[in-house]
Ligand binder design. Structure first.
Ligand SMILES: Nc1ncnc2c1ncn2[C@@H]1O[C@H](COP(=O)(O)OP(=O)(O)OP(=O)(O)O)[C@@H](O)[C@H]1O
Length: 574
């Protein structure tokens, strides 16, 4: 083995140690090695593979025996056998690799600090809801109900307009104006209008109450998951309600506002009214007062939200998003899921019917995750659910249950970990976004319990290669090999906006990542100073910067570069 070869081999080993995540032992060795390097007079500056010239060899040669002893003491016996020139050369090369790692660690420390600073800036600029607090809208009589706009297994949804006079001082951001601005889902939308969101800016979801009784406490208690996306003023007597919930022991977590998660503005209980289509479409769940054969209770829960013109399934039936829009849509779902995960919430029923769509001023679809009726939102935010018996509810739609959920076997000590389950469902929904049937639907569809990854159809070739990679990674059976929603989102951020940062695969590009992050931050901050832009892309970039974490970013880069390499070699099925 020539010296040059050995050195490059050592650098390779160093990189592998790094990539294998053996950072801690490597850092320990590198820290020891640093002393050695300093002692032999090598400047503690960047060790660049290309700048290592044979003339420097002698410095390292002087430190070889010391290095060998240290490696030995740290348990790297394999490298410490004998003193042949060849072995020494290997030590040298390995040491150089470690030196490089040390430099990388230093770079990482700096980049991590940059990430933290950027994150702090963007965390402060929290997503604002378009509503300012005001005190009305807690009764059904406060709304004029319009036609039915949706129906599921648990509720009917109606369009609505507020009936109350909105105080002058809050008029600018009132419920009335919701949906009438330029960014309301109608202006510039790439698809025909589906609903009259201008005249009825609100949607009221009326839950069907069959077994919960008619007291407010019992209703709120049994339907508490629906309140997960409720804002702080959604319930009139928040304190009383929480106390009552506490009494029943079921107060759910609440998710904070996010551009890709629906917001419930008001939640209240009221008598079930006879709304359009009720007797024809859901007679059985009406109370006997309205249908003598009905099984429903007299009162139920109402949730007031913004009225969105489409759900994702309906929208995709009439529109084929461009490939960039498709990637942005997948990314929005991942950002929404990541936000939920970070707040200790698993949606557990992510499907295209439960995603609502509007459009930004440029016509790009904005997606929000809705319908939290099946979610896991334990008070302690733990996403691992003890699965002691079959009676424990695994979540919603069985077709879109991640393998670790659908294959879980109940028993003492069994646990289902939901931390990557919603991300898996995003992988499945991305097929629909790119105009393909969901591979887990229908009699011919795959079964999440037993499918093999190679059975998955590829996303259409018109989907960007990196987005195809993300879908493929998200549908990995083993959650340990599947990226989290955050890492998958980062892959798409890098792919959409990373540009030249990714051109250089070498770790020397760590600095260019920091530079790129700073540039991105500057662009987003400057944009924020101009006229209000709440385009989907701007929101996504803010989400990215507010959630920066160097480890997640590296993981994303690793997946992306690996995927690109595989694609180059034509190994990936597509
Ligand atoms: N805020 C909204 N704006 C417009 N349409 C909505 C809104 N909320 C719900 N919908 C429509 O109503 C449909 C049913 O709503 P939702 O999924 O919340 O009901 P559900 O009974 O809880 O559903 P599931 O059967 O999934 O449990 C949705 O698919 C969507 O089309």
């Amino acid at each position: 083995m020539s010296v040059k070869h050995a050195i490059s081999r050592g650098l390779e080993i160093g990189r592998s140690v790094f990539q294998l995540g053996l950072l801690k032992p490597a850092a320990r060795v590198a820290a020891k090695f640093r002393g050695e390097r300093l002692r032999v007079g090598h400047p503690a500056r960047r060790v660049q593979p290309q700048t290592f010239l044979p003339s420097r060899y002698r410095y390292y040669r002087m430190s070889l025996s010391g290095l060998a002893a240290q490696l030995q003491s740290l348990g790297f016996r394999r490298f410490a056998g004998g003193g042949s020139p060849r072995n020494r050369t290997v030590f040298l090369a390995f040491g150089l690799g470690l030196g490089l790692i040390e430099q990388q660690l230093e770079d990482d420390r700096r980049s991590a600090a940059t990430c933290q600073e950027i994150q702090a800036v963007f965390r402060k600029r929290k997503f604002q809801n378009p509503l300012k607090p005001f005190t009305l809208g807690y009764r059904l009589e406060d709304y004029v109900m319009g036609k039915q706009i949706g129906k599921g297994c648990n509720a009917a949804v109606y369009e609505a307009a507020p009936q109350f006079a909105v105080p002058r001082e809050t008029r600018e951001c009132s419920l009335v104006e919701l949906g009438s601005g330029g960014d309301d889902g109608q202006e510039g939308g790439g698809a025909p209008r589906s609903r009259s969101v201008l005249s009825c800016p609100l949607a009221v979801k009326m839950m069907w109450n069959i077994g919960a009784g008619s007291s407010s406490e019992a209703i709120l208690s049994s339907m508490s998951q629906e309140l997960v996306p409720a804002g702080p003023l959604a319930l009139k007597e928040e304190k009383t309600t929480v106390a009552l919930h506490g009494h029943f022991g079921v107060a759910p977590r609440r998710v904070s506002a996010h551009p890709n998660v629906v917001r419930v503005y008001r939640a209240f209980t009221a008598e079930v009214p006879l709304l359009p289509g009720a007797r024809e479409e859901y007679p059985d769940v009406l109370p006997p007062r309205l249908n003598p054969a009905g099984l429903g209770n007299n009162r139920t829960l109402f949730l007031v939200m913004k009225n969105y013109p489409w759900n994702l399934r309906e929208y995709l039936q009439v529109a084929l998003p461009t490939h960039r829009q498709g990637s942005l849509m997948v990314l929005q779902l991942l950002e929404g899921v990541d936000h939920l995960c970070k707040q200790g919430i698993a949606h557990r029923d992510l499907k295209s019917d439960n995603v609502l769509v509007e459009f930004d001023s440029g016509g790009c679809p904005r997606l929000v995750i809705a319908d939290f009726g099946c979610c896991l939102a334990e008070r302690d935010g733990d996403l691992r659910l003890p699965f002691s018996s079959r009676c424990v509810n695994r979540g919603g739609n069985a077709c879109l249950m991640a393998p670790e959920v659908s294959t879980a076997v109940p028993g003492p000590g069994a646990v289902i970990d939901y931390s990557k389950a919603d991300a898996w469902a995003v992988g499945a929904v991305s097929f629909e976004i790119f105009g393909r049937p969901n591979p887990f639907y229908g009699p011919e569809g795959l079964d999440s319990r037993g499918y093999q990854e190679k059975q998955l159809p590829p996303l259409p070739a018109r989907a960007p290669a990196d987005t195809r990679l993300v879908a493929e990674l998200l549908l990995r059976r083993d959650p340990a090999k599947r990226p989290s929603a955050r890492v998958a989102a980062n892959i798409l951020h890098l792919s959409l906006w990373g540009g030249r940062v990714l051109a250089n695969q070498d770790r020397a590009s760590v600095k260019s990542i920091s530079d790129w992050l700073l540039c991105q931050s500057a662009v987003v901050l400057l944009r924020g100073r101009g006229p209000v832009t709440s385009t989907v892309e701007a929101e996504l970039q803010r989400c990215f910067l507010a959630n920066l974490d160097l480890e997640d970013l590296h993981a994303a880069m690793g997946f992306l570069l690996f995927g690109r390499e595989q694609q180059r070699q034509g190994v990936l099925a597509n």
